[in-house]
Write a protein that binds this ligand. Structure first.
Ligand code: NAD
Length: 411
């Protein structure tokens, strides 16, 4: 195997933990493959009245610790391989964070940028009907991911409720605030990652001259940039799917956001140096934050990475073999299953609120999120120091162990 693809990298990371835990083959074989894979083809009536067929997936990797939980992605490059890898990552992330969930993920092969809002609604409702027998508040609970948002989650909740014949807002999380959503869900992934950044800052003495480059200026990337800048750290580069921008003295994040909203891309912003996403990844910065898609750092560019710390907000941005190169170079990587878990933690809070028909305050949500993130960071950090592991190895070890302990009762 090459150890470069997303699914094979995920399998290689988990295999290392299986080896450390000395798992028997029976157990490994259960965890290597998803428990359930659903592939659906479904019709959507477009604005011009033509019917188009779309393909979508929902994968439940493992549910030993509870119902499946994981986002739904709308992207032209969605594939079954990708969704399988993302579902496995959710199993480990939910386990690591101590949530009562298994791991799942979904995706639709579509480019939502080229569709109207009514077409996206029709697509969402048709996809929901197609997967309705396999999702549910106690079986598998979707959430947003790349190019899906709160409105899309509301349509899923509504369509599922119609299909099920009873109102179940707890079938999906990441809903709008005025429709059973939770305060803080929109910024949860970025804020969770920022909590981890601050823990690192404390440990390694980051200061106001610490420089940060962020790949991806969407929900997670933008909000992370905002938090960092508010605290006086220097965000020198950000990017989107069209390219990257750089300013040595630090970018004005709100100005960049405004310009991206108005012009469509960060590349249209003035007073900054434009560069490619590839160049941005290799900038001489202190902290690199991949917050776009998987497979960004591979053996092709790992040797050129100059950042001293990498915080994986995106799922799977570093391949298995690239991870080994970065470790050799003493680059400290905070893996996705720690760094981006704020989203699913607040999703869990939303699910609890829905089930109790409560609405928590922002203070309560933020305080509880901080408790979860800091507790897990400290546990993993301790293991890293004690057992001379990378953060990824320590996180996988703990995550796999918790699943295996539950799995014993569920075969
Ligand atoms: P988003 O759709 O809001 O934003 C994605 C951003 O990435 C956009 O700015 C887009 O232009 C950019 N992008 C796309 N392709 C790119 C490329 N090739 N190079 C550079 N930029 C590119 O998505 P998001 O919710 O911010 O998610 C970003 C990442 O974080 C994904 O990997 C997702 O799985 C992960 N994540 C998100 C959440 C969440 O709650 N939103 C939770 C956990 C993990």
């Amino acid at each position: 195997m090459s150890g470069e693809g997303f699914l094979e990298s995920t399998k290689a990371f988990q295999r290392e933990a299986f080896d450390r835990l000395d798992l028997p083959e029976g157990c490994r074989s259960i965890l290597r493959e998803p428990k359930r894979v659903i592939e659906v083809s479904f019709p959507v009536r477009m604005d011009d009245n033509e019917v188009r067929m779309f393909k979508g997936y929902r994968v439940l990797h493992n549910d030993s610790l509870g119902p499946g939980k994981g986002g739904i992605r709308y992207h032209p490059d969605v594939s079954l391989e990708e969704v399988k890898a993302l579902a496995a990552l959710m199993t480990w992330k939910n386990s690591l964070m101590g949530l009562p969930y298994g791991g799942a993920k979904g995706g639709v092969v579509v480019h939502p940028k080229y569709m109207s809002e009514s077409e996206i609604e029709a697509l969402t409702r048709s996809f929901t009907r197609a997967i309705a027998p396999f999702i549910g508040p106690n079986t598998d609970i979707p959430a947003p991911d790349v190019y899906t948002n709160a409105k899309i989650m509301a349509w899923i909740a509504d369509e599922y409720s119609r299909t099920a014949g009873s109102f179940r807002p707890d079938v999906v999380t990441g809903k709008p605030l005025n429709f059973f959503g939770s305060v803080g869900r929109d910024i949860a992934t970025a804020y969770g990652a920022y909590i981890i950044f601050k823990q690192l800052a404390k440990k390694h003495g980051f200061n106001k001259s610490t420089t940060i480059a962020i790949q991806g200026f969407g929900n997670a990337g933008y909000n992370f940039a905002k938090f960092a800048q508010q605290d006086g750290f220097k965000v020198v580069a950000v990017s989107d799917s069209r390219g990257a921008i750089y300013k040595k003295e630090g970018l004005n994040i709100e100005e960049i956001k405004k310009c991206k909203e108005e012009e469509g891309s960060v590349l249209e912003c003035r007073g900054v140096k434009a560069m490619s996403n590839e160049e941005m990844l290799e900038l001489d910065v202190d902290v690199l934050v991949p917050a776009a898609l998987e497979g960004q750092i591979t053996t092709k560019n790992a040797n050129n990475i100059k950042a001293k710390y990498i915080l994986e907000i995106a799922n799977g941005p570093i391949s298995y073999r690239a991870d080994k190169i970065l470790t050799e170079k003493n680059i400290i990587v905070l893996p996705d299953i720690i760094t981006n878990s704020g989203g699913v933690i607040v999703s869990y809070f939303e699910w609890l609120q829905n089930r109790m028909m409560e609405q928590w305050s922002k203070d309560k949500v933020i305080k509880k999120l901080e408790e979860y993130m800091i507790r897990v960071f400290k546990e993993i950090d301790k293991k890293v120091e004690k057992d001379n592991m990378t953060y990824r190895q320590a996180a996988y070890y703990k995550a796999v162990k918790r699943v295996v302990d539950a799995l014993k009762y569920r075969i």
